[in-house]
Design a protein around this ligand. Structure first.
Ligand code: PLP
Ligand SMILES: N[C@@H](CCOP(=O)(O)O)C(=O)O
Length: 463
């Protein structure tokens, strides 16, 4: 399998190189040159497979010959062996039509572990025997950071520099990052919001001086391997609810558009997906884009769902490319217009082509009501991000099962959960002593010069 950039000018790469590269050299994001397709019989056969075997079956076409089937299975077994639930991503029924897909049983209690546990092992495997030292640069609004740090702490050949917006993540989220004291982990709190952090990371890749000096790589969902691993749980859930005979809808709490784009990929591969509901908080750029074709930035507002306090959604570019006849030059011009003005209209083809998606904007009151409903009617204490998607799911009548992606453990957002339900979740044993651990992080202005100077002093240059 070869991978092409959404902006059309970077070289096509194989799976190994696309994993190590992260972002394309023309500023675009990599995508498979075509979507692999699975037959109905193959999909039906997944109903009897474990999570690991489903992962191997779904990911094999993307991995190509970069790994043997045995190697891929070994990596998946190790990655998902660290999850605390035997099903890895179990389904929980809420009522007749509504289901939760619990994605938070990994080491850092959010869906990011599903992809990042595997990505850490892929880096290790692909760096084995090479003298390349990776400088991983990442931006987090709370969850990617701890999942990447858990996956990479102490690994040879990799340093990770993780930028989070100071004061805009929950205390549990911050401590999950800053209490990891491994020498290859560097946490940086920046003055600014998540969009500032994400823009700095992209600027590092696009700066010839910086990216020429360090072998940069990405752990955000701009890295294709992240999305590939997330496609798996759409198949895993849908076949348990009757696919391919029956279609299934998914409601996804959305920020950077990675998780829901993985659902789109599953649909392109042949999974009968009835609808993908893009659920946003009041930072609703994606809701406006999908419902009205208006992709224009607002000011990032702080909410009790900090991981979704995002206005520039990196992976939306992948969808626009796929729906725009994969014309890299046209998309490049469209994205450059957005980058300079902060606004763009979707073309007719992009807007009408996105018919698989519905969208919804959920405010604080409706988020709170969804948390209460889950608690009172189904005995489930859910986190606020999950509640955004559950509220949206309940507002979209459906004649097929609707699966809400439960993206984080409620203990990561104890104050918000307690305010809504009166229940204060306890920290799971894995992080029971989190508030007694020592923290270490730097605080820097959110500027390219300040952050790159800090990294340059600590990172290992290319030979
Ligand atoms: C708990 C949680 N839910 C939802 C999201 C949004 O997911 P995505 O950025 O893939 O749209 C995030 C952050 O990515 C998150 O951490
Ligand atoms: N919500 C994320 C933001 C980064 O998203 P990613 O999926 O692109 O890594 C977070 O919690 O850090």
């Amino acid at each position: 399998m070869r991978y092409v950039s959404t902006r059309g000018a970077a070289p096509a790469l194989d799976f190994r190189d696309v994993t190590l590269a992260g972002l394309a050299s023309d500023g675009g994001l990599y995508l498979p040159e075509r979507w692999p397709s699975l037959t109905r019989e193959q999909i039906a056969g997944f109903a009897n497979l474990s999570y690991v075997d489903t992962a191997v079956a779904v990911m094999t076409p993307f991995v190509g010959d970069a790994l043997t089937p045995d190697e891929l299975k070994d990596l998946c077994t190790r990655a998902y062996g660290r999850f605390s639930h035997a099903a890895v991503t179990p389904l929980v029924q809420l009522d007749h039509d509504q289901w939760l897909l619990e994605l938070f049983h990994g080491p850092t209690l959010a869906f990011k572990d599903v992809a990042l546990q595997l990505l850490g092992l892929l880096f290790e495997r692909f760096l084995n025997g090479s003298d390349r030292h990776l400088t991983v640069v990442g931006a987090t609004s709370g969850d990617t950071g701890s999942a990447a740090i858990d996956a990479l702490a102490g690994r040879a050949g990799v340093d990770v520099f993780m930028l989070h917006p100071a004061g805009r993540v929950s205390d549990v989220q911050r401590r999950q990052m800053t209490t990891v004291l491994a020498p290859n982990v560097h946490n940086i709190a920046i003055d600014g919001d998540f969009d500032t952090a994400q823009a700095l990371v992209k600027q590092m890749f696009n700066d010839p001086g910086f990216s020429g000096t360090f072998a940069l790589s990405a752990v955000n969902s701009i890295n294709w391997a992240r999305l590939m691993a997330q496609v798996v749980y759409y198949f895993y859930a849908a076949v348990r609810l009757g696919a391919p005979e029956r279609s299934v809808a998914f409601s996804v709490p959305t920020g950077n558009f990675g998780d829901v784009f993985a659902g789109y990929v599953a649909a392109q591969m042949g999974l009968p997906v009835a609808k993908l509901i893009v659920a946003t908080n009041v930072n609703d750029i994606l809701h406006r884009a999908i419902s009205a074709g208006d992709y224009s930035k607002g000011i990032v507002q702080q909410t009790p769902t900090p991981s979704m306090d995002i206005q520039v959604s990196s992976n939306f570019e992948r969808l626009l490319f796929d729906l725009g006849a994969r014309d890299g030059a046209a998309l490049s011009a469209q994205m450059q217009g957005f980058e300079s003005s902060g606004a763009m209209r979707l073309t007719n083809a992009q807007h009408t082509g996105a018919a698989l998606f519905a969208s919804d904007r959920v405010d604080l009151d409706d988020m709170t009501l969804a948390m209460r409903w889950a608690h009172e009617h189904a005995g489930q204490v859910i986190d606020p991000h999950t509640a955004i998607a559950l509220a949206a799911a309940r507002r979209h009548p459906s004649d097929v099962p609707v699966v809400t992606l439960a993206t984080a453990h409620p203990a990561k957002f104890r104050d918000a959960v307690e305010r809504a339900t009166g229940q204060r979740p306890t920290l799971p044993g894995r992080i029971g002593d989190l508030f007694e651990r020592e923290e270490r992080f730097a605080t820097l202005p959110g500027t390219f010069d300040a952050v790159t100077a800090y990294i340059a002093e600590r990172a290992v240059p290319k030979p």
